[in-house]
Design a protein around this ligand. Structure first.
Ligand SMILES: NC(=O)c1ccc[n+]([C@@H]2O[C@H](COP(=O)([O-])OP(=O)(O)OC[C@H]3O[C@@H](n4cnc5c(N)ncnc54)[C@H](O)[C@@H]3O)[C@@H](O)[C@H]2O)c1
Length: 257
């Protein structure tokens, strides 16, 4: 794919990039001429992606790799993609460890990265924070309480960053897809099968949507444009929207989960 030149030489970090959406984002930034650091908990797979696209591997927990990635890239980070995530299915009874792991990866990894990156971004008057949220951060996903709650948190943090620092040169993008054909969707079980699979897109489509959104300086990136209508419907008529989602829940229960 031909590059636009906008990201030529930019230093880009992508977390959770051993496959799926993260690998697609990293691949696209590399194709645009960026210097890319790819992070994931899975060292073997992230090294394979790095080799494939000419990136630097930075294996480890997404919460603790910004400085190492910055050193590996040889200077200040221009774009940080907070993409690592946990699917975290379950209801209120999901264990404390499920809730806290979801909170740690889906929200706090973003906060911890921003803490390290913001001083430099604000001093330079530029920087870009890309958050892979989910439509579950706008709409709530059946069968996945920890995921929905923490993705709402990720969305709120991205929104907070944007409204607080946009006049100081920070650009923030919140990517909110429904189903994307990745390992996570494959592992999402019957709720994913019911709600997400029928309209699922490819990871490369998510990268395309991000690049189209960045070209327009748009905060909200919707690889499934219909999500905008669902989000409006939820805000305009919450009772009706909840009734509709409860019908989805009952259909899911009827399938035996
Ligand atoms: N697939 C979908 O349908 C879908 C839809 C909406 C949003 N998302 C979001 O997209 C992001 C990427 O997911 P994906 O669909 O590509 O699935 P994926 O499972 O392929 O990718 C997630 C990656 O994150 C890594 N990871 C998990 N915890 C980590 C940590 N603490 N530190 C570093 N890496 C860690 C995993 O090893 C994995 O490689 C996630 O945030 C997910 O919530 C996915």
């Amino acid at each position: 794919m031909g590059g636009t030149g906008t990201f030529q030489g930019a230093r880009v970090v992508v977390t959770g990039a051993a496959g799926g959406i993260g690998a697609a984002l990293a691949r696209r930034f590399a194709a645009e001429g960026a210097r890319v650091a790819v992070n994931d908990l899975d060292p073997a797979r992230v090294r394979a992606v790095a080799e494939d696209i000419g990136a630097v591997p930075v294996p480890g927990d997404a919460s603790a790799v910004v400085e190492e990635a910055r050193d590996a890239l040889g200077g200040a980070v221009d774009v940080y993609c907070a993409n690592a995530g946990l699917a975290s299915p379950g209801d209120a009874a999901a264990g404390e460890e499920v809730w806290s792991a979801a909170w740690d990866v889906n929200v706090m990894a973003h906060v911890r990265a921003a803490r390290v990156l913001l001083p430099d971004w604000l001093e330079r008057g530029s920087g870009r924070f890309v958050s892979t949220v989910s439509a579950a951060g706008l709409l709530t996903m059946v069968g996945a309480a920890p995921y929905s709650v923490t993705k709402h948190g990720a969305y709120a943090f991205a929104e907070w960053l944007s409204l607080t620092y946009r006049h100081r040169g920070l650009k923030v993008h919140a990517i909110c897809p429904q189903g994307v054909r990745t390992d996570m969707l494959a592992a999402a079980g019957s709720a994913g099968e019911l709600v997400l699979a029928p309209t699922a897109v490819e990871p490369g489509d998510v990268a395309d949507a991000l690049f189209a959104g960045m070209a327009e300086d748009r905060f909200l990136i919707l690889p499934h444009p219909e999500v905008a209508g669902y989000y409006r419907a939820r805000a305009a008529e919450p009772e009706r929207w909840l009734g509709g989602m409860n019908r989805v829940q009952r259909t899911w229960e009827a399938t035996g989960r």
